[in-house]
Ligand binder design. Structure first.
Ligand code: NAD
Ligand code: UD1
Length: 333
């Protein structure tokens, strides 16, 4: 099977490409490098021994994306490409709506035109807004609190309408919880530009002394120790979830949470990071971050039952692998 992976040089995409190649799939990547580097291609080759076909195209360019479908005999698409920084989306909403929506519309139109009907889409736990209870099930009500989240909700609606209009589409929406960790080789991982917004990349920067202190946003939540609780999932487990979604025999429109089902607080994560790396993380409690929820973790029962999804890695692995990637990339550079 030949799989088109959009955004395949990004954090989750690159790990998924490796997993696909190791499972014997042929992979084509389209990425405009807006948030990734071309050298990831070499790293994928180093890990798998396979040189992947790569198109440096912007999915907002309708002609270019159609060219890929004209040239390659694609069987299915995994659609990762998109902008994902919540804060930036609040400052530049038009950029987010433009990029995330136009690219997806172009892709779906090209798929329809070329009779490619199978797609797996990267959605997010952000679509649950402030959940009414925990764990979060797929049928909970949906809402968005920022333009980024809105693009995910709108795309989910577009996919639902597309399926209603044409039942031969086979659509899987995967709602990711909090992916962290990196490939065991230390060659692939996450290293955001500028000051990270998300917890694990921030912890790693404090560990490498690029940042002085971790601000812990609130210690007065109704949680195990007062700090925010999230469902961290190893990026390799997430990557595996995509392969399972492709292999799934159930057709139609399917929605799955991809999380471990376990909540971990900020303090628990920091303590585990310190334990496995032997490093001390400077931290201070500050006020709550606007828009944060106290706790958010998945029920992964549906993915487990229907896809056979079973996360293998624990918080210890996630901390170690997140740190190893940065350690290794700093040694190299
Ligand atoms: P990433 O930024 O590392 O990867 C996205 C890739 O898409 C990048 O390589 C970027 O260059 C590319 N891209 C963006 N716009 C494009 C366009 N118009 N044309 C071609 N390529 C384009 O992000 P990631 O963490 O790997 O996330 C992948 C997907 O998963 C995104 O859709 C994101 O919203 C979603 N997601 C991520 C998280 C997370 O915490 N990382 C959580 C939930 C959902
Ligand atoms: C983020 C995204 C959300 C996305 C989710 C999963 C934001 C605002 N939201 O949310 O859209 O769906 O990831 O990828 O980016 N924390 C600190 N100090 C820090 C950073 C974070 O204490 O420097 C705390 C937060 O308050 C939270 C936890 O750590 O309790 C996790 O934060 P983060 O990594 O940003 O993830 P989410 O809040 O889940």
């Amino acid at each position: 099977m030949k799989i088109l992976v959009t955004g395949g040089l990004g954090y989750i995409g690159s790990h998924t490409v490796v997993e696909l190649l190791e499972e014997g799939y042929e992979v084509i990547i389209v990425d405009n490098l807006v948030n990734s580097k071309r050298e990831v291609l070499d790293k994928i080759k180093k890990i798998t021994g396979i040189a992947v076909t790569f198109y440096e195209y912007d999915l907002c360019d309708k002609e270019k994306i159609n060219l890929v479908f004209d040239k390659e005999k694609i069987d299915a698409v995994i659609h990762f490409a998109g902008l994902k920084a919540v804060g930036e989306s609040v400052e530049k909403p038009l950029l987010y709506y433009q990029n995330n929506l136009i690219s997806t519309l172009n892709l779906l139109e090209a798929m329809q035109k070329h009779n490619v009907k199978k797609i797996v889409f990267s959605s997010s736990a952000t679509v649950y807004g402030n959940p009414k209870s925990l764990p979060i099930y797929e049928d909970f009500s949906l809402s968005a609190t920022n333009p980024y989240g809105n693009t995910k909700l709108i795309i989910e609606n577009i996919l639902t309408d597309l399926y209603k209009s044409d039942n031969s589409f086979d659509i899987t929406i995967l709602r990711y919880f909090n992916p962290i960790g990196s490939h065991k080789s230390g060659l692939l991982g996450e290293d955001p530009n500028g000051i990270p917004n998300n917890l694990m990349p921030y912890i790693v920067r404090v560990a490498t002394h690029e940042l002085d202190v971790l601000n812990i946003y609130g210690s007065d939540y109704d949680t195990v120790d007062g700090t925010g609780v999230r469902d961290y999932i190893h990026v390799l487990d997430l990557a595996n979830g995509h392969v399972l979604a492709l292999k799934n025999n159930k057709s139609g429109l399917k929605i799955y949470n991809l999380g471990t089902g376990k909540g971990t607080s900020v303090l628990e994560l920091v303590t585990m990071f310190e334990k496995v790396t032997g490093l001390k993380i400077n931290k201070k409690i500050v006020s709550r971050r606007e828009g944060d929820v106290a706790a958010c973790y998945a029920s992964n029962e549906k993915a487990s039952k229907e896809l056979g999804f079973k996360p293998k890695y624990n918080i210890e692995d996630m901390c170690l692998d997140s740190y190893n990637y940065i350690k290794k990339s700093k040694e190299i550079n």
